[in-house]
Design a protein. Structure first.
Length: 375
């Protein structure tokens, strides 16, 4: 889930404002002395506390275009780790929400002055260049309302609550169906080196994906013939399209069930064991159609054979081994029991069905490559 990513991967490590309740969250470091809080007031109260994380809201004078929203988003993101540690930002047409922790040498009021001042100048210059406004007053006019609302985050639960509110803001406003696709959303995931791991341009994470679904998706991808011919090192491309992800996962699950011999598709074997004899494996040989019989045969001795194993199934390899051939040769000199015969028929059927599923996966894999998450 989204908050599992936050708690397990991105450790905020901020100072929270303490209250009268006992703090049990391991990520919370409450202050021991609330006298350190600096309180100022204009129309709204503003509390500043060293090391605290803030939820901030500021509004526009008039609605912003999509281009202007992107400009503001880029400006805020560019300030990350320079003036503040940015957790998340959502830029709406008429307001902005921020979650950030100021750097030690920068107080919140200075940061907000920089964000609003620079972005306003960039927007006005952009409007002037495009002749969007005809008068000097409108070209150099106010972009932001005079004051911002800010709140010190009390604990991890409140942080999660604010993130959820921000993430779903454009959905509630009818601007998008998938918040992770919204052009004005940014969630900061960084590794220990400070390398950006932000994976927000996809709707997959908000679909409550389970580890099993990811496994099935990867399994299907690794069995794509197209993937195998195009990838020269072990890298799994993850699609941005949830429907494609889901469909690939369904094929992956079918493959897993086939390979564990649990699929109902192998209840009716595609091969039969024919001939009379001792059921002992002597010399294994494959005879295709046209050598005196209508169906391909795999002889285990001069008189007994498995009938109906197609050439592509007989030649199918896993891990560099020809599965159908190796299974028999590993048992050379042994007498096959009824269970052995039934098991081999199920293995052969599983491989034939695997080839069929792989062809279907190749048709879908084309869609995977149309939009890949950059990790």
């Amino acid at each position: 889930e989204f908050f599992a990513i936050l708690s397990n991967t991105y450790k905020v490590g901020q100072t929270f404002l303490s209250d009268t309740k006992e703090v049990t969250d391991k990520n919370v470091r409450p202050t021991e002395n609330n006298d350190e809080i600096k309180i100022t007031r204009r129309h709204l109260p503003h509390w500043e506390l060293k090391g605290a994380t803030y939820f901030i809201t500021f509004r526009t004078v008039q609605e912003l275009s999509v281009e202007e929203q992107k400009l503001i988003l880029n400006h805020i993101v560019n300030g990350n780790e320079k003036f503040y540690t940015l957790i998340a930002v959502i830029v709406m047409p008429d307001h902005v929400h921020l979650l950030l922790t100021p750097k030690e040498d920068y107080d919140l009021s200075r940061i907000m002055k920089g964000i609003k001042g620079v972005s306003a100048r960039q927007i006005n210059l952009n409007r002037a260049d495009k002749n969007v406004r005809s008068t000097k007053k409108e070209t150099s006019g106010s972009i932001w309302q005079d004051e911002s609302f800010d709140r010190i985050i009390r604990d991890q639960n409140e942080l999660n609550e604010k993130l959820d509110y921000m993430l779903n803001n454009p959905v509630r406003s009818g601007l998008t169906e998938s918040p992770w696709d919204y052009h004005g959303w940014y969630f900061n995931l960084t590794d220990g080196e400070g390398t950006d791991r932000n994976v927000c341009p996809t709707d997959i994470n908000v679909k409550n994906i389970t580890p099993e679904e990811i496994f099935y998706y990867i399994y299907a991808t690794l069995y794509s013939n197209t993937y195998r011919t195009r990838i020269d090192f072990p890298r799994v491309p993850f699609t941005k399209d949830y429907e494609v992800f889901s469909e690939m996962g369904e094929y992956g699950k079918r493959l897993v069930d086939l390979h564990l011999l649990k699929s109902k598709d192998i209840d009716t074997p595609v091969v039969r064991f024919q001939g009379r004899g001792e059921d002992k494996i002597d010399k294994v040989r494959y005879e295709s159609v046209g050598t005196g019989h209508d169906l391909p045969r795999v002889y285990i001795n001069n008189d007994q054979y498995f009938e109906g194993i197609k050439p592509e199934v007989w030649g199918y390899q896993i891990g560099g081994y020809q599965v159908c051939d190796k299974w028999l040769k590993d048992r050379k000199g042994r007498r096959l029991s009824l269970d052995d015969i039934m098991h081999y028929c199920r293995v052969v059927t599983s491989l034939e069905k695997t080839i069929e599923v792989q062809k279907e996966i190749d048709d879908i894999y084309i869609e995977v490559e149309k939009g890949i998450i950059e990790l």
